[in-house]
Design a protein around this ligand. Structure first.
Ligand code: PLP
Length: 404
């Protein structure tokens, strides 16, 4: 099936707007992606047509909304090869990781080890630091090579008898590196560790089969996957979720409550205290259904062609430093421009209508690893075109000339 980015673009109303008098070139999808009409329509339809709080409902709207909400859970489950009971709705990728860290944390002792990597987003660092600060858990970090890959020999040697958890990103939000997670998961399991994968970036660009990877937990967000904000997913193997301590307390997550004791609902509801993100779940379900109609391999090839074209046009630019050149990487270009602060680069690009992100990308340890305080980042999505790639390079060349 051929992939037609020009046709896809028309399904994203926002992409036809202008910025600073120029056509918008949106290259910030790794931070948050734009939304297709199918998602906007599904959420609007729910609000206009069939909305009430979910579960416990004895009236038609409550039952219809519950069906839509639980239907979205089934859609997510099918998308990653899981069972609906293994899918927890959270408010984002960050909350999904916090939920696992808090739950597993309750089983860890001082001196137990959690193995992370130098390329993690803060979302997959800070929750583990809580366990270090509060209960003496030891954090270890797998180093990243100069080209931006994980050092697999170091990963193996960092696994030891005290390693209880291994938590790492499937795809780096800065380097674009796609980690060999099936292999890493097998190595971690052989050492007796529980594995959590941060799939916030990978899920957007790759078909993910959690059973094939065999990770115990897999977290991702809705808003990067062309869905709404305020929704994330935690997949957990059924037996892992059953053994995990509840995260937040409140309505919906209980079996029964008395003045003396409580019992809990079964997973996944045990982890969904309070009114859940109902409309957001419906929106995410619509995003996944929409995305699933596309040939995802062709989409990834398209994104990669854009990246390769940009890289080729910038080849030999001695003022440019690119972070992350690992083989097989995804379509994320993080870079610095000699003599210019990344924030200034991003602001000047914006004058040309080009939206990129600049800063530490919530990955300060990785910035330090590469000896920079910040970088600019252009990330390519399915709706970007060859023309976008050229507009970006043209604008970047003008930006660089400004600082030269
Ligand atoms: C690799 C990675 N992990 C975690 C997150 C946090 O996800 P969320 O924004 O859904 O909390 C992000 C978002 O930038 C990310 O790129």
């Amino acid at each position: 099936m051929a992939f037609d980015a020009e046709a896809i673009r028309t399904e994203f109303p926002i992409l036809s707007r202008q910025v600073n008098g120029q056509p918008l070139v949106y290259l910030d999808s790794a931070a948050s992606a734009q939304k297709p009409r199918a998602v906007i329509a599904a959420m609007t339809r729910a609000m206009e047509h069939s909305y009430a709080n979910v579960h416990r409902g004895l009236h038609t709207l409550a039952n219809e909304t519950t069906d839509a909400y639980e239907g979205a859970r089934k859609t997510v489950a099918a998308f990653i090869g899981a069972e609906p009971g293994e899918i927890v709705f959270t408010k984002g990728g960050t909350e999904a990781i916090n939920l696992v860290a808090a739950g597993l944390g309750a089983t860890l002792q001082a001196g137990d080890e959690v193995l992370l990597t130098e390329m993690e987003h803060h979302a997959n660092i800070v929750p583990w630091h809580f366990l270090r600060e509060r209960q003496g858990v030891v954090l270890k970090f797998c180093p990243v090579t100069d080209e931006g890959a994980l050092d697999l020999a170091a990963f193996q040697s960092l696994l030891g008898p005290r390693t209880r958890v291994v938590a790492l990103s499937h795809m780096s939000n800065v380097l674009g590196t796609i980690n060999p997670v099936t292999e890493l998961t097998a190595m971690a399991h052989a050492a007796g560790a529980v594995v959590l994968l941060d799939g916030c970036q990978a899920i957007v660009h790759k078909a993910v089969d959690v059973k094939a990877i065999d990770a115990d937990f897999y977290a991702f967000s809705g808003h990067k996957l062309y869905g709404p904000t305020g929704i994330g997913i935690l997949y957990g193997k059924a037996e892992r979720l059953a053994a995990l301590r509840p995260y937040q307390g409140g309505g919906e997550m209980i079996g029964a409550v008395s003045l003396d004791e409580i019992t809990y609902a079964d997973p996944p509801h045990r982890f969904e205290a309070g009114t859940p993100p109902i409309l957001e779940a419906i929106g995410l379900g619509a995003a996944i259904e929409w995305l699933s109609r596309l040939d995802r391999v062709a989409v990834a090839e398209h994104e990669h062609r854009l990246y390769a074209h940009v890289r080729e046009r910038l080849n030999g630019a001695n003022w440019l430093k690119v972070l992350g050149e690992a083989p097989g990487k995804g379509a994320i270009l993080s870079f610095t421009v000699e003599g210019a602060h990344a924030h200034d680069v991003a602001q000047i690009l914006d004058r040309y209508g080009v939206a990129v992100r600049a800063g530490t990308h919530c990955a300060e340890p990785l910035m330090r690893r590469f000896g920079v305080t910040s970088s600019a980042r252009a990330s390519f999505a399915l709706y970007n075109t060859h023309e976008d790639a050229d507009s970006f390079v043209d604008a970047l060349l003008k930006t660089q000339a400004f600082f030269a």
